[in-house]
Design a protein around this ligand. Structure first.
Ligand code: PHE
Length: 487
């Protein structure tokens, strides 16, 4: 099926449920694409540093519990809605709501997803640009023999230079939009078929490298030996929030990917496989990073700079560090690339349908809009780094800080990760668990009489309650209630 004749690229065909709508060519390709979406900066950049901040093993354990109890059931729900709707997230939700006799304003859920993906991509592209900027630096041996201060200044020189950041942001976004413009078969599918196996290969090579550091077991015990005294409420809630972000849930990306899924493919098996692979990549990243951190007596809780400031230092001091450091950042760019195409796919499908324009035109327009939006993030690290907002609620029980000195980037990250994704996921769980007719969800999932009630309990009660806690925490409400109750 060529792009030009595919229903996905033909605006006249959109709007009606088309029996010829483009589909993934196999279940494997769907699993690769969804894994490509899930595995990204969240796994390789964010997971290790928040694990470091929350003290290792105990955090990892809670994160794993969250993946299983919130992540997998909501992922099944989101894929299921996508496949049954077979449209962009907005049309899908309107269509499904109508089918089950509910208000068409459920379309707002899809619409919020479109906006979330847009906003996330605007900063995701800038951070992915950092990773790209590190590839030539690594390859040129910039970090060889540098001390911590010199490595830090490479990082601050990069982020303090708006032109450089804009250049990398532009290149990354261009790469993303080219793949997206080519459509499902021509673009997304090809990209994931080649990139995902390469990603795994690079991770395996790096694991062997980490094993050779002499601190591999120290890294493992940091990740897998839970120290329960380090568990805090914030740690538990962060683990839940991260489970959300890392599986790409709550904004329609997985819904749109599900809409290309052939009927009769097991949604449960695919979801479990994707969640397992995503988790594996995060754990592999941790198993690569922490031995290197310990081998160089570095600080695991160094924060968001862990990869950009600390790893180059380690690579710069090691044999073959230039080679493995270069591979590492190439890997990070690949991982970010296959995620970024899914971040914008809901907006593309929605734009094509709403404005009746071609996939290529929609991609160009979206790319331009995201590019401008990305400037907020670019400038928040340099020219506008002192333009910040704080949101503090003062009550008789004390002060609750929601945002403190947040730059535009901090704000976008907060708005999307802490508010929009949990809200989207909550609505997906509620719709799939409570409002969609059970005969439809049974039919779509066809998991048998033993597993269906388990999924149903998870998606009706467990996941929504946990997501509500994440959401209330993000709003400062949990702290507020705790202070009132004195706990
Ligand atoms: N899951 C991706 C990551 O871990 C980020 C992402 C979020 C992608 C939401 C798509 C949708 O980096």
């Amino acid at each position: 099926m060529s792009d030009s004749v595919s229903p996905l690229n033909d605006p006249s065909a959109s709007g009606k449920p088309s029996p010829n709508r483009e589909q993934w060519s196999s279940r494997l390709v769907f699993v690769l694409a969804a894994t490509g979406s899930a595995v990204g900066l969240g796994n390789i950049w964010k997971f290790p540093y928040i694990t470091g901040e929350f003290g290792g093993g105990a955090f990892v354990l809670i994160y794993l519990i969250c993946i299983a109890s919130i992540g997998i059931p909501i992922m099944m729900a989101e894929i299921m809605l996508g496949r049954r709707g077979r449209h962009d997230p907005v049309t899908t939700m309107k269509k499904l709501a109508k089918e089950s006799g509910h208000s068409r304003s459920w379309g707002l859920l899809g619409w919020m997803g479109v906006i979330s993906g847009f906003l996330i991509l605007s900063y995701y592209s800038v951070i992915a640009g950092w990773a790209m900027a590190y590839v030539p630096r690594m390859a040129a041996g910039t970090f060889v023999g540098l001390d911590a201060q010199a490595v830090n200044s490479v990082f601050s020189n990069l982020v303090s230079n708006p032109e450089t950041l804009i250049a990398w942001h532009t290149l990354f976004l261009f790469m993303t939009m080219v793949v997206v413009a080519k459509g499902v078969r021509g673009g997304l599918e090809k990209a994931v078929t080649y990139l995902m196996p390469m990603l795994f290969l690079l991770l395996v090579i790096l694991i062997f490298y980490a094993m050779g550091t002499g601190h591999f077991s120290e890294g493992l015990s940091y990740l897998f030996n839970p120290d329960f005294s380090k568990i805090t409420t914030e740690g538990v809630l962060s683990a839940m929030g991260h489970a959300f972000f890392t599986l790409s849930l709550g904004m329609g990306a997985i819904m749109v990917y599900g809409s290309y899924l052939p009927a009769h493919t097991s949604i449960a098996k695919a979801s479990i496989l994707v969640a397992v692979m995503d988790t594996l990549v995060a754990l592999l990243a941790g198993m690569i990073i922490f031995p290197i951190v310990f081998a160089n007596a570095l600080e695991p809780g160094a924060g968001p700079g862990l990869i950009f400031k600390t790893l180059p230092l380690a690579f710069g001091q090691m044999d073959y560090g230039t080679l493995f450091g270069t591979l590492f950042f190439i890997l990070l760019v690949f991982a970010a690339w296959t995620s970024s195409i899914s971040l914008i796919e809901p907006a593309i499908t929605w734009g094509m349908k709403t404005f009746q324009i071609s996939r290529i035109k929609t991609s160009v327009i979206s790319g331009i809009l995201v590019w401008f939006m990305g400037l907020f993030t670019v400038f928040s690290f340099n020219l506008a780094s002192d333009v910040t907002i704080s949101s503090v609620i003062s009550t008789q029980y004390g002060e609750f800080v929601i945002l403190k000195d947040a730059t535009a980037f901090d704000f976008l990250d907060y708005l999307t990760s802490n508010i929009m994704l949990p809200l989207g996921g909550l609505m997906i769980a509620i719709y799939a668990g409570w409002l969609m007719k059970q005969e439809y969800s049974r039919e779509e999932l066809s998991v048998g009489s033993f597993w269906f009630p388990i999924w149903s309990i998870l998606v009706r009660y467990v996941a929504p309650i946990m997501v509500i806690i994440v959401f209330l925490n993000a709003m400062g409400v949990v702290a507020f209630v705790r202070s009132i109750m004195g706990v």
